[in-house]
Design a binder for this molecule. Structure first.
Ligand code: KIV
Length: 267
């Protein structure tokens, strides 16, 4: 069955929880699809663990399209959502629509994600949705605004901030987003937003009461040397990869390396 974003509001009503994982290339996307996730997010978080940047800001639209094309080749049924990178949608509505259109046309993705719920972004979201491109929203900790926040810390801790984030989520729902990411906000605020909206909320560091959860796949796999406090590694592939690489180096230096054992792993 091909996953379709119109199902998500219905799933929320039925209490069906949405599983979202990120991917950045063909291999990671193959794993996400094989695992049966509902949505694969080509997230700009890849700028940090995959590309080695300190923030998500340096990632360009061309780089995002390059990665999303790799993901697309691995996906047959999972819904593909691609992040609009920093400053591809903030300068003008025209620039935003061109960027969103390029992503759909050049990568084969079905939707884009945009950060923020303030006035100008909400108007741009409405225009993109009206033009026929589904949009996922993202409020709370929006990493493209890290220099405004001063850190990657939790947002919405005061009553005023919590109110602002709830209003942003409502404005985005009104603008037509099909789902909304709630990142690194207090659990009770995420619960309130999830109860107030009719579209599903997808949490990351936002407690158990969202209508779905998203995890960055390099964090799920334990690949990165740094992980946010709300990450949950299900395996430590970084340590396993280092010890496999060390074993190879040792075998080569001992002249005991012999290729052709891949059948041991069922490959
Ligand atoms: O870029 C990303 O991976 C994201 C998730 C953290 C939601 O936006």
């Amino acid at each position: 069955m091909i996953v379709n974003m119109h199902q998500f509001a219905q799933w929320k009503q039925e209490g069906k929880v949405i599983a979202v994982l990120t991917a950045w290339d063909y291999l990671s996307a193959q794993m996400v699809e094989a695992a049966g996730a509902d949505i694969v997010l080509v997230g700009d978080s890849m700028a940090m663990p995959v590309m080695g940047h300190e923030t998500t800001l340096p990632l360009t639209l061309d780089e995002m399209i390059h990665h999303a094309k790799m993901v697309r080749r691995a996906i047959a049924k999972t819904l593909i959502v691609v992040d609009l990178p920093f400053f591809t949608y903030q300068v003008s509505r025209e620039a935003a629509m061109t960027a969103a259109g390029r992503i759909l046309r050049e990568t084969g993705a079905q939707a884009v994600k945009m950060e923020g719920g303030y006035g100008a972004v909400v108007e741009t979201v409405a225009a993109i949705v009206e033009a026929g491109i589904p949009v996922m929203g993202h409020v709370g900790l929006t990493p493209q605004s890290v220099y405004k926040f001063g850190s990657f810390g939790k947002q919405g801790k005061s009553a005023e901030e919590g109110d602002r984030i709830l209003k942003e989520a409502l404005a985005l729902e009104q603008a037509g987003v099909f789902a909304i990411v709630l990142e690194h906000i207090p659990d009770d605020l995420a619960q309130k937003i999830s109860q107030t909206l009719t579209i599903p909320t997808i949490g990351i560091g936002a407690g158990p009461d969202c209508n779905g959860q998203v995890l960055v796949t390099s964090d799920l796999l334990g690949l990165s040397d740094w992980q946010p406090p709300f990450a949950k590694p299900y395996v430590n592939l970084r340590a396993q990869g280092i010890s496999a690489a060390k074993a190879f180096c040792e075998d080569v230096r001992q002249r005991s390396f012999s290729p052709g054992d891949s059948h041991r792993f069922g490959l």
